[in-house]
Design a protein around this ligand. Sequence first.
Ligand SMILES: C[S@@+](CC[C@H](N)C(=O)[O-])C[C@H]1O[C@@H](n2cnc3c(N)ncnc32)[C@H](O)[C@@H]1O
Length: 240
Amino acid sequence: MATHAPDLEWLPGDVPRAEGFDDTYFSKAGGLNETRHVFLAGNNLPTRFQSRSSFTIAEFGFGTGLNFLTTLAALKDVPAAPELLFVSFELYPMTKDQLARALGAFPELNVFASELTSVWAPEAGWNRLSIGNAELLLGIGDARQMIGELTLMDPGRSGGTTQIPPVDAWFLDGFSPAKNPELWDEDLLRQAANLTSDDGTLATYTAAGWVRRNLQSAGFTVEKVGGFAGKREMVIGRKG
Ligand SMILES: C[S@@+](CC[C@H](N)C(=O)[O-])C[C@H]1O[C@@H](n2cnc3c(N)ncnc32)[C@H](O)[C@@H]1O
């Protein structure tokens, strides 16, 4: 599948909507608070950052980078914060201007947003960027193909794959499952589970029944909890 920048419509408040998926990148009721509720609190973050020397988060759908930058902002307030590796996938990387416009709506993230946009030049394949105290490993391409290029760290093995430590927390953030079923695919989620640490967790804003079943078949235990801004339910889970 060819990688290209998305066609966007800008809704009030500079909320980007992808025309190809007929969906917004985050909640119109407030992207920052949605990220904090769904992805951070849903994975018990930033609490789990404490007493760790390193931590790995992985995400399906980098989009505007809002989840990544909100995580960096939360990490900044943690004493003796761990080294963060944030792995994310994106098939349709935004242009620098699109990214800057979307992130401009979140003044609290300004410092990290400027750092990200100043180095933003994603190319197909794996891109490594240092932002704040974190390393961003960004796979530009279809997540369903790119995930197969990741293996768990093994000092005895070299070449051929991109090695990562076991994932401590997953941010499952494709567009709505009905519109973007590729990112909720059972085989993709199984590969995600295989890259997850034994006490690894996941969170997602959707509680769609077939997504929950795919997560369970993939090797996660899931439960429904209260969603963000009027959404009755979202899903959190853990490996096993
Ligand atoms: C809801 S948005 C993600 C929002 C993002 N996490 C943020 O913080 O702004 C979903 C993202 O998944 C991407 N996407 C959709 N299908 C994909 C695929 N097969 N592989 C990789 N990325 C994909 C879309 O282009 C879009 O950027």
